[in-house]
Design a protein around this ligand. Structure first.
Ligand SMILES: [Zn+2]
Ligand SMILES: [Zn+2]
Ligand SMILES: [Zn+2]
Length: 338
């Protein structure tokens, strides 16, 4: 432990009753310094320093370590904090005691027990959650939990929960999404087939197995490129999407007016809805990434077309058909290697 502070230079402030001089708070940047490194340093304390400390809510206790360091006593809580001289001069020194109290209050308010700081990262602490598991969280995050803005979300409990959700649908939760999407997981169907499924779909039972299921995802589907023209609204756009039966359902699915003229420029049959969905998503993502100017802002069409994306300017037709050619080429390649 650091030595007891020896007050050799009295400032005009009285010592608060809560003073606990046995503890010296040290910034995370100086935690590598052993406690013997914080002993007294001989040297004067100028009236100017006293004035600055006073204005910033502190009292100078003594000089320590080397000519750059001081021990400050917080006028609010009485805690002692090691501070660099330039910090006193150029900024508002941070009281280690007040910060610890704030951390403790945040943990209490978040119904967490603060166990220890993370020695690897000063912004993180380890807490015991109500479920009994230990969680590593940012102190700022705990403050948000206290305010009710976010949940603690114990990872161990979350995984247990997801396993039970999957089991109820006849699936086993294998692990995180191999493609790295945060809202997807990898699951194994009872038939042995591995498949990525959005967690929300698993929870709601919308998770048909592409290998053995009898549902949209295992039935044939169609990727389409359609041009939608509505002269009364001066609208001329194209949409890239997929559907089991685009010709029959298109208008209804998109909530189009009878006045809208729909032309299917290209229909690409896909072996399953699952394949169609994956290929269409990938194509739309690459269009948005590579041709942002070709993406029609939602405000332009939201009154006429009931979708929130995948609407492009007709200038992109050639690029979109090229992408559809590539999807077809991949299908043919997969078919011949089967
Ligand atoms: Zn304080
Ligand atoms: Zn837990
Ligand atoms: Zn299956």
């Amino acid at each position: 432990m650091p030595e007891l502070p020896k007050t050799r230079d009295r400032s005009p402030h009285s010592v608060p009753k809560t003073l606990n001089p046995s503890r010296l708070w040290v910034s995370h940047r100086s935690r590598h310094v052993p406690s013997c490194g914080w002993s007294d340093y001989d040297g004067p304390i100028t009236p100017d320093w006293h004035r600055m400390a006073d204005e910033k809510g502190f009292r100078i206790v003594r000089r320590i370590r080397d000519r750059f360091h001081l021990t400050l006593e917080c006028k609010a809580c009485g805690a002692h904090t090691a501070v660099k001289l330039f910090a006193l001069r150029d900024s508002r020194p941070r009281c280690g005691g007040c910060a610890a109290t704030k951390r403790q209050n945040a943990a209490d308010g978040a119904k967490l027990v603060f166990l220890r700081r993370d020695p690897q990262h000063h912004k993180y602490g380890v807490f015991r959650a109500l479920c009994g598991h230990d969680v590593r969280r940012q102190f700022g995050f705990v403050e948000k939990v206290r305010k009710g803005e976010v949940d603690v979300k114990c990872r161990v409990c979350l995984i247990e929960h997801e396993k039970a959700e999957a089991l109820a649908q006849g699936w086993e939760r294998v692990g995180p999404d191999p493609d790295g999407k945060a809202n997807y997981r990898l699951y194994r169907h009872r038939c042995g087939h591995l498949q990525r499924v959005a967690r929300v779909n698993m929870r709601n039972g919308q998770c048909d197995c592409a290998a053995c299921g009898q549902s949209w995802s295992s039935k044939p589907s169609v990727i389409y490129l359609a041009r939608i023209q509505l002269s009364s609204a001066n609208l001329d756009v194209v949409k890239l999407g997929y559907s089991a039966n685009p010709k029959r359902r298109f208008r209804h699915q998109l909530g189009l007016s009878k006045l809208a003229k729909v032309t299917f420029l290209r229909l690409l049959p896909m072996p399953t809805g699952h394949d169609a969905c994956a290929a269409e998503k990938q194509a739309n993502a690459s269009l948005v990434r590579d041709f942002p100017d070709g993406v029609v802002p939602i405000a332009t069409y939201s009154a006429h077309i009931n979708v929130v994306s995948e609407i492009y300017r007709p200038a992109l037709i050639r690029e979109i058909t090229t992408l559809m050619d590539q999807i077809k080429a991949r299908l043919v390649a997969a078919d011949t290697t089967r």
